[in-house]
Design a protein around this ligand. Sequence first.
Ligand code: PDD
Length: 281
Amino acid sequence: RIVYVNGRYVPYADAQVHVEDRGFQFADSVYEVCEIRAGRIVDEARHLGRLDRSLEELRMPAPMAESGLRVVISEVLRRNRVREGTVYIQVSRGAARRDFLFPHEATPPSLVVIARGIDPSKSAKAAQSGIKVITTPETRWDRVDIKTTGLLPNVLAKMAATEHGAKEAWFVDRDGFITEGGSSNAWIITADDRLVTRPAEHGILRGITRTTLLDLAAEEGLAVEERPFTPDEVKAAREAFVTSATNILMPVVQIDGHRIGDGRPGPQVTRLRARFHDIAA
Ligand code: PDD
């Protein structure tokens, strides 16, 4: 297995970044996870666009031009013969003697690209039974629209979910509304057949899968409401699901131990999941 680290393709076991890398010390780093399907990156332009935005928001220099990054990613996929799976891209502000202030501008940013083959039948199988979610108080900062590796609240929330026999944790803000999952966006389908998901201006990451699903919904003329919703609305919903690059659409069949609908993946989410790649770029 081969990984790209700062200009070199190295065996997985030898892939290292410096002990004073700012990603390690300050979570001063941003990342992307993209789905690989039939050897291609799904929604590549959107992922690279979001990476660019994350960098800009944090005034972090780009490690290379977008065209170069595309070459590195496809080379990592090629060298690992990954046709189905994910690619992980991480950029940090580089390695420098520990200091809160940004390092000297000549400090090169770190870039790591890791590909992983995943059997897509695993996710398909999980989608047949659906997943359970728990709710947990929102404890993250208010710039979760930037995809940084500062993911400790997400780690703890998803650990708590696992300890409760669930797969995902949905954060609930101070006003009692769900923001999103620890590593996914949250959706419901109401009894009157409306797709509801929180607006992307505040409190959530603007998921690429979310955006592409909104395109699909528009193409199909489905009713969509971008508004916050509560755990009680989830319990009363016909269907619920999460979106992420790793699981596309994944049905949610329980929240905090309450069954959603009849407790099985609903027809609409199952259908949208099957249609998703017809529209994803
Ligand atoms: N997570 N919200 C959060 C907090 C996320 O971490 C993610 C993705 C999403 C969904 O975004 P997208 O559809 O672009 O994957 C929403 C990735 C998969 C991860 O951290 O592994």
